[in-house]
Write a protein that binds this ligand. Structure first.
Ligand code: GAP
Length: 511
């Protein structure tokens, strides 16, 4: 097992042990690609949602929110193109009978070449020490350039074949690259065929009277069909946006890597409606704005990169992914798409209702163009969790596992710990808890030694531990322990609120 796989395994079991994420229906041996969020998980999830909503809705006067239903009129999906084109290329290995997404098999092959480049860089870093210049090395090293050429060529072929729906060539590419099934180890593949990802269900009691419905595969269509409702009632002027957080469902062919690819997941999407012809300006704006949002969390600028789509979705004239360096390589975290007027025009056509905007400045009506930003909440959760997980050797020879979650997102902001269970310390600690708990999610803990309690809070990712000791009862001071540096400072109880607020304030992070 590689080091990365090993770390990822540890992250998954840590998530379970500390109440972040459980397999769905665990007692029935689980349901594939569905997960439940535990007490700390739901707090982290809510904090991510809040961080996104504040930045997208509250900080933009021209963006408003929506919460549309999961069930939609079935014609929605005909109009949006999902019934005809929301497919993934599927391939089976004849020996293991395992099913794969053909494009993911090829992307995994590319990731392996990228890992080799990372190893080349690591080796050279060790060899050249301080004199090492990574950019220069990547631009000039023969072996790296060869590998990069291979990657570019595979990407180009894959995108050409997929966009022309040439599934025979996709299969030929898998064979040419000698990609083997990880289970059987053979390259005995079936033909590649398309598979629609939408879940179908029925509404209504009788078989005759019922109609086929789909669980929405993206939240965006709820925004499109409400375009005029929102524009008129909120009196919005173009350019303006509609934001929504909600569940989406996809019958993913292969759902692996924990909460990275699920069949039921949550999206945070924003559709920004603009004048036709101005979409590229706004596409650039939102690329920049979203990357800044990610970087505001200080999880390492090198861990993000843009990846422009060559194989565009049926609705887009430009698209890019913000990729994050997960333990299993750089993968899509967020999509930014210029969706043209495709969706509004299609809904106009299928519904027979005009979906136009009268632009008072231009004195004309038009169907707006749309730039969307779409991030998976669960993927963002995995980004935070996998990036924060550390195993540290301490100076005293001990080790600790710590989640260095950005304080603004941490599920618990402070743990309040009486040093012992006597001499009035628990009462004083409860008093502090009362003072803080309405503004910050706090935990009171008195069981076990103080050292053990610190380790437990490190493992949960709590930025502050507040310890009440004998001195507290004399001079109203406590020790405040910082999760990352483990330093302890003696401070007045009166200052606690301001110190914590300074570190965890969403406003301060986003300002
Ligand atoms: N409305 C546009 C749209 O849905 P997408 O690229 O298909 O675009 C957007 O999805 C984001 O949703 C992705 O970047 C990813 O973060 C998240 N996402 C997509 N499929 C997912 C899945 N099966 N499990 C978890 N997250 C997923």
């Amino acid at each position: 097992m590689s080091n990365y796989e090993d770390i990822f395994k540890k992250v998954v079991s840590h998530a379970k042990e500390y109440g972040y994420v459980f397999q769905s229906s665990d007692i029935y041996d689980g349901l594939a690609a569905a997960y439940d969020y535990g007490p700390n998980g739901v707090e982290l999830k809510n904090n991510i949602k809040n961080y996104w909503w504040k930045s997208m809705v509250n900080m933009h006067e021209n963006i408003v929110g929506l919460d549309s239903s999961i069930f939609m009129h079935p014609t929605t999906w005909k109009a949006s193109g999902h019934i005809d084109a929301f497919n993934d290329p599927l391939v089976d290995n004849k020996d293991s009978k395992k099913r794969y997404r053909a494009d993911v098999l090829i992307e995994d092959h590319i990731s392996k070449i990228e890992t080799k480049i990372d190893k080349d860089v690591l080796k050279a870093t060790k060899r050249f020490g301080e004199a090492f210049n990574k950019e220069e090395f990547l631009a000039n090293n023969g072996r790296v350039l060869d590998r990069q050429k291979q990657i570019d060529s595979i990407n180009k072929k894959m995108n050409t074949y997929l966009s022309s729906n040439n599934l025979k060539k996709v299969k030929a590419l898998i064979e040419e690259l000698d990609i083997k099934c990880p289970v059987s180890g053979t390259n005995n593949w079936t033909d590649v065929r398309q598979f629609n990802l939408m879940f179908k269900t029925q509404m209504g009691a009788t078989a005759d009277g019922s109609s086929d419905l789909y669980l929405r595969p993206e939240t965006a269509q709820g925004i499109f069909v409400n375009f005029l409702n929102v524009q008129k009632t909120a009196r919005m002027k173009i350019p303006f946006g509609i934001a929504q957080i909600g569940k989406a469902f996809r019958n993913e062919i292969i759902a692996r890597q924990f909460i990275f690819r699920m069949r039921e997941f949550e999206q945070m999407e924003m559709q920004f409606f603009v004048r036709p012809g101005e979409e590229m300006k706004w596409y650039a704006y939102w690329k920049d704005f979203r990357m800044k949002w990610h970087n505001s969390l200080s999880m390492g600028e090198d861990n993000y990169r843009f990846h422009d789509h060559e194989n565009l979705a049926h609705y887009a004239n430009a698209a890019t992914d913000i990729q994050f360096k997960f333990p299993f390589g750089f993968k899509e975290l967020e999509g930014i798409h210029s969706r043209t007027d495709f969706d509004l025009k299609a809904h106009q056509e299928y519904s027979g209702k005009k979906l136009q905007y009268f632009d008072p400045e231009l004195g004309e009506s038009y169907v707006p163009y749309v730039v969307e930003t779409s991030i998976g909440l669960d993927r963002m959760f995995l980004t935070v969790l996998s990036n924060s997980f550390r195993e540290e050797e301490l100076e005293n020879g001990e080790s600790r596992v710590v989640l260095k979650i950005p304080a603004v997102l941490a599920p618990l902001k402070a743990a309040i710990l009486p040093l012992t269970k006597k001499d009035g310390m628990p009462e004083k600690a409860r008093e502090i808890m009362k003072m803080l708990q309405l503004d910050f999610n706090c935990q009171y803990e008195e069981k076990d030694s103080i050292g053990k309690r610190y380790r437990r809070q490190d493992a949960i990712g709590t930025p502050f531990c507040i310890t009440v000791d004998h001195q507290t009862l004399e001079d109203n001071t406590v020790t405040l322990r910082d999760r990352d540096t483990m330093t302890q400072e003696r401070i007045s109880v009166k200052k606690l609120h301001d110190i914590i607020a300074e570190k965890v304030s969403v406003t301060k992070h986003l300002a």
